[in-house]
Write a protein that binds this ligand. Structure first.
Ligand code: PMP
Length: 420
């Protein structure tokens, strides 16, 4: 079997900069290689389901772009992003109550790059970033590489708990640590699927304003609500203290790699410079493809058809969890997005169960991937975005078998308390 460690890696390590030691593969990456085998039902990845994207339409958008405007599309562009697309992004954000100018937007190579650049601008080693418990694994990876200290804040079924936020700010400041920002995913959170109601958004914004802590609002799933209206974005209430991140990955296609940051004026200049040093300019070709699609195609209907597709899958997952999972497990009931978060009895280690789940032909992501501090060993993320409803049912049933077997094994192992 070939090794994944390159030859001479030992010798090379001595030559790396010290920061390379922080560049570690995510827990999820190695899992994806296995999960993508066709016989496995993958409830692991968060890949959008492009079966609902009309490829003939995309092909004609690209063809028209290259034939009619190829010299611009295939040329370098602005470090801030294409002005036309920035105006169109304002229209999209208006759906979430945001009033903004194109000039306040910086287009990035996916919102992942915006996360990287924002962290680069704000974080010195040892600075504190507050984040939900659990939080997005890709953001935690960025924060680790910049040597941030992530302090997780407890959530309930309405998202981050304001009281826990107040306590954390007090504790961190008593320890004389600097809090640079709080990272939040208020809509259909990755990984928990939870959505924060409007009143809680307002309360958290107030706490952060009073405490002079920037809010980084990451909102790639906001338009993928299935059950009625989604609360307005936090940015709609506070344009001075919120850095808003958006993305076309979930509403159009992740392969185009186009996201954006809507930032206060003071931050914009730094962000453009950071963007230029990172990529010179975001891809003009990808931006103009999206721009052409938004200008000429019924994109609102397309998002609605994505929502229909994901709603069916969400329903299939919740119904099969209700039917097959043991009574000692609990899970969230998302109103949009891609994910359900499952909590098992605390003695069950979801990392240990991965190989058994794979043997039963189902994959998921163990909970520890979503915490910076190793917490969450009895939790797991299940995503319903990709497999068909039938495959989801099959996968959840197989996983329930693995979980029940482990719970039974454990209960036979542990001596029972007898009450006399
Ligand atoms: N934020 C969150 C919460 C995500 O789930 C993802 C993708 N899974 C991203 C950011 C990055 O998305 P992209 O770079 O494709 O815009």
């Amino acid at each position: 079997m070939s090794s994944i460690v390159p030859k001479n890696e030992g010798k090379l390590t001595a030559r790396y900069a010290s920061r390379a030691a922080l560049m570690l593969p995510s827990e999820i990456r190695s899992l994806f290689a296995v999960a993508s085998r066709p016989e496995i039902v993958s409830l692991a990845g968060g890949m959008p389901n492009l079966s609902a994207l009309p490829m003939d339409v995309m092909a004609s958008v690209v063809q028209k772009l290259v034939l009619e405007n190829g010299t611009e599309a295939l040329q370098y562009g602005s470090g801030q992003g294409h002005p036309k697309l920035r105006e169109q992004i304002c229209e999209i954000m208006a759906l979430e109550g945001i009033r903004a100018k194109g000039d306040d937007i910086v287009v990035t190579t996916g919102s992942q790059q915006a996360l990287d650049l924002i962290t680069r601008i704000f974080i010195d080693p040892g600075d504190v970033i507050l984040a939900e418990a659990p939080s997005y694994v890709g953001a935690l990876g960025v924060f680790a590489q910049y040597q941030a200290n992530v302090v997780h804040i407890a959530m309930d079924d309405k998202g981050l708990i304001p009281e826990a936020l107040r306590d954390a700010i007090k504790t961190v400041r008593e320890a004389k640590r600097k809090i640079k920002f709080i990272y939040l995913i208020p809509n259909f959170q990755n990984p928990s699927g939870v959505t924060m109601p409007a009143s809680r958004r307002t309360e958290i914004l107030e706490i952060c304003r009073e405490s002079e802590i920037f809010v980084v609002e990451d909102n790639p799933y906001g338009l993928l609500g299935f059950d009625g209206p989604t609360p307005n974005a936090m940015r709609s209430e506070d344009s001075e203290n919120v850095i808003y991140l958006g993305s076309f990955s979930k509403t159009i296609a992740p392969g185009l790699r186009v996201g954006w940051a809507l930032v206060p004026q003071a931050v914009k200049e730094k962000l453009v410079i950071a963007n230029e040093s990172s990529v010179l300019c975001p891809s003009n070709f990808a931006q103009l493809t999206i721009s052409g699609y938004l200008a000429n195609e019924p994109w609102r209907d397309q998002i609605a058809s994505f929502c229909d597709l994901y709603r069916d899958r969400r329903d299939a997952m919740l119904e099969s969890l209700d039917e097959f999972f043991p009574a000692s497990a609990t899970w969230t009931r998302p109103k949009g997005g891609f994910y359900v978060w499952v909590t098992l009895p605390p003695e069950i280690d979801t990392k240990v169960l991965v190989p058994r789940a794979i043997a039963a032909k189902v994959a998921y992501v163990p909970g520890t991937a979503f915490y910076a501090d190793g917490f969450g060993s009895w939790q797991m993320r299940l995503s319903y975005c990709h497999p068909t409803p039938e495959r989801i049912r099959q996968g959840v049933k197989a996983l329930a078998g693995v979980v029940k077997e482990e719970i039974d094994r454990r209960s036979n192992e542990t001596p029972k308390l007898t009450v006399r």
